[in-house]
Design a protein around this ligand. Sequence first.
Ligand SMILES: Nc1ncnc2c1ncn2[C@@H]1O[C@H](COP(=O)(O)OP(=O)(O)OP(=O)(O)O)[C@@H](O)[C@H]1O
Ligand SMILES: [Mg+2]
Length: 91
Amino acid sequence: MALLEVSHLQTSFFTDAGEVKAVNDISFTLDRGKVLGIVGESGSGKSVTAYSIMQILAGTGKIIGGSVKLDGQELVGADEKVMKTVRGNKI
Ligand SMILES: Nc1ncnc2c1ncn2[C@@H]1O[C@H](COP(=O)(O)OP(=O)(O)OP(=O)(O)O)[C@@H](O)[C@H]1O
Ligand SMILES: [Mg+2]
């Protein structure tokens, strides 16, 4: 099992100007002990992908689909108490 499994992750910002689809269906896995680089043009969603994994999105940002599993544990929809044990410790 991969250490980190991101599947079909989708994140949007809901702004006064409408929905900004910042991350639109990204999937990747990261194995324990490996390093993964994500490349793409400016504005393609690299930073928001990372913020989504950590769940440190701005107030207007929301994960609207997909899954983030850390060591088999689903983080999308996990409560903040769980995220506090993950953020800064495991990730
Ligand atoms: N707080 C926000 N509100 C609305 N839209 C946002 C917000 N943060 C990011 N975005 C939008 O989400 C999209 C993805 O941005 P992101 O910062 O993830 O790009 P990036 O790939 O990290 O770019 P760069 O290479 O310049 O760092 C962009 O269209 C950006 O304008
Ligand atoms: Mg960035």
